[in-house]
Design a protein around this ligand. Structure first.
Ligand code: NAD
Length: 480
């Protein structure tokens, strides 16, 4: 008998699916491994088409009652979920760190409080969500935000609970029911969320969690005709498969995908700030979709910038993510490590030079790396590495900076470091990106639209844009 009630860093986690308010096992399991030291965490239910169908059926059955629940009690339950997250914050933080290797201190102080905020924010936004009625030749137009129906939410491993709740909270607030499929490399906190939501009074079937390999369970979720929305965060190849699968029913999709974002450093920038922004790109061992992995630096300050960057980057402490003093933890999986190293070694073999790192560390750790002498059309400049690997290129004027910045198939984010407000405005207007940060990075308000252009995604979520996606808007025209 497989043990499904496991203890992770002292926290009890049930590794079965959560379907219709009950724990459900699968015939098979897969092994979850901690990236910190390669130790086995436990066996996780390995979902198939059977559990996918059961979860969608549970979400369908629970939908009418949840959709009919008035906004105020819906919002109250979401606030109760936030309370539960806050109450179990320490547990969620340590379980997430054990599972995906990201820093415990950032889970404690940044990520998990933000998870609670995701629920509070969308609960409050629901209460003020409105559209003014307007008149046409004496007739009133009234726009209502009808819940769309069962929603499948598929999420990656780099910020598991943060990215999951960024979708779960607005979907539930909108009155939809949910089937959440977390990534197989970080399945644990989604299971804890199911417990927290049940304790908060969320009715059975409103939130379902299925575990398993995307390749095995994904298609059965995304091709199900009862699914009314699919929101996906992950890689471009998976997004293509999901889009094909969703095409049969024309299920509306929201896709948040990869990036290869630039950081443009102009000679008039505060250089210390620019260096700090650049070094920040190693956060989460570079496994951040928004990371500005291409450093584009104006030639006249490039030498000084590089000197200061190398000093700071080499002082970063890499090691156990549970240690408060650690700056960079491990990569998520040995396969990810191989992938990262493959990119770096091919770049070095084709003439790139490592100014920092350029090699593996112990275990699943990869040394923070900065590569220079890279060609604009090379793989290392064009492809998303998703590891602690940055490239450095120089430019001589604004036009060249923008040309390099936009010469990518992605368009998720861009960061600009400059001391000139006029330049910031000019450059920002010409950059192709869903988010542009000027003299800052990662500041993100849930009211703002979030998403990418080009291969970085389809659609926007955040504030009203989330409700746009998760609702079927209806216009009712009434005669005088
Ligand atoms: P991935 O595409 O391999 O997996 C993401 C999820 O999709 C996982 O849950 C996986 O099980 C599932 N999946 C795999 N095959 C599937 C299928 N055929 N049908 C349905 N689901 C399937 O991505 P990943 O490696 O987990 O995540 C890294 C990627 O995510 C990077 O490209 C990164 O840039 C991107 N990302 C984007 C954002 C954003 O907001 N734009 C945020 C974080 C990560």
């Amino acid at each position: 008998m497989t043990e499904h009630r496991i203890t992770v860093a002292g926290v009890a986690v049930d590794t079965r699916h959560w379907i219709g308010g009950e724990r459900v096992a699968s015939a098979d399991t897969f092994t979850d491994v901690s990236p910190i030291d390669g130790s086995t965490i436990g066996e996780i239910a390995r979902g198939t088409a059977t559990e996918a169908a059961a979860a969608v059926a549970a979400a369908k059955a629970a939908f009418p009652a949840w959709a009919a629940t008035p906004r105020a009690p819906r919002a109250r339950i979401l606030h109760a979920v936030a309370d539960g997250v806050e109450k179990r914050l320490e547990e969620l933080a340590i379980v997430e760190t054990t599972d995906n290797g990201a820093l415990l201190r950032s889970h404690r102080r940044g990520v998990m409080p933000r998870v609670a905020h995701n629920f509070r924010f969308f609960a409050d936004w629901l209460l003020k969500l409105d559209h003014e009625d307007f008149e046409t030749r004496g007739h009133t137009n009234h726009v209502s935000w009808d819940p769309a129906g069962p929603s499948v939410l598929i999420t990656p491993w780099n910020a598991p609970l943060m990215l999951a709740t960024w979708k779960v909270a607005p979907a539930l607030a909108a009155g939809n029911t949910v089937v959440l499929k977390p990534a197989e490399w970080s399945p644990l906190t989604a299971s804890l969320l199911a417990d927290i939501a049940a304790e908060a009074g969320l009715p059975a079937g409103v939130l379902n969690v299925v575990q398993g390999y995307g390749a095995e369970i994904g298609d059965a979720l995304t091709s199900n005709p009862d699914v009314r929305r699919i929101s996906f965060t992950g890689s471009v190849p998976t997004a293509r498969r999901i889009a094909e699968s969703a095409a049969a029913n024309l299920t509306p999709l929201s896709l948040e995908l990869g990036g290869k974002s630039p950081l443009l450093v102009f000679a008039d920038a505060d250089l210390d700030l620019a260096v700090d922004l650049a070094v920040e790109q190693y956060d989460n061992a570079g496994q951040v979709c928004l990371a500005a992995t291409r450093l584009l630096v104006e030639e006249s300050v490039a030498e000084e910038f590089t000197r200061r960057f190398v000093d700071k980057a080499t002082a970063l402490k890499q090691g156990d993510p549970r240690d408060e003093a650690t700056d960079i933890g491990p990569t998520i999986h040995s396969r990810q490590l191989e992938k990262i190293d493959g990119f770096v070694q091919r770049a070095l073999a084709s003439g790139a030079r490592a100014l920092v790192g350029g090699h593996r560390g112990d275990g699943q750790y990869y040394a923070p790396t900065l590569l220079t002498d890279v060609r604009q059309d090379s793989e290392i400049v064009q492809e998303e590495v998703f590891g602690p690997v940055l490239t450095l290129q120089t430019f001589t004027d604004e036009d060249e900076a923008i040309r390099l910045a936009n010469d990518t198939r992605f368009g998720l984010a861009a960061t600009v470091a400059t001391g000139s407000r006029e330049r910031a405005d000019r450059v920002t207007a010409r950059l192709v990106a869903g988010t542009v940060w000027v003299n800052c990075f990662f500041v993100r308000d849930l009211q703002a639209p979030f998403g990418g252009s080009r291969l970085s995604g389809v659609g926007r979520e955040g504030g009203t844009w989330s409700f746009d996606f998760y609702c079927d808007l209806k216009n009712t025209v009434t005669a005088p």
